[in-house]
Ligand binder design. Structure first.
Ligand SMILES: [Cu+2]
Length: 73
């Protein structure tokens, strides 16, 4: 996924190409979204969010080492 995005409505298409269940959490600036159910291997889900300019943390709640910082401009 990109490290930077334009502010506004965004759709994250989250594809699980691994062998374990993953989730996708976006946190920051009043936003805290994740999938109700994990994304299974070989499955994909779409998350629609409206992001204001700021810094967001992207994490997988199932795996502590999976994190990214997203900058929205
Ligand atoms: Cu994970």
């Amino acid at each position: 996924m990109p490290a930077k995005l334009e502010a506004g409505k965004t759709a994250f298409v989250v594809k699980n190409a691994g062998k374990e269940k993953h989730n996708f959490r976006v946190q920051g600036d009043g936003v805290d979204e994740k999938f109700l159910l994990d994304v299974k291997p070989d499955d994909s889900k779409v998350m629609h969010v409206n992001l204001k300019p700021g810094t967001y943390q992207i994490t997988c709640p199932n795996h502590e080492d999976m994190k990214r910082t997203l900058t929205v401009e």
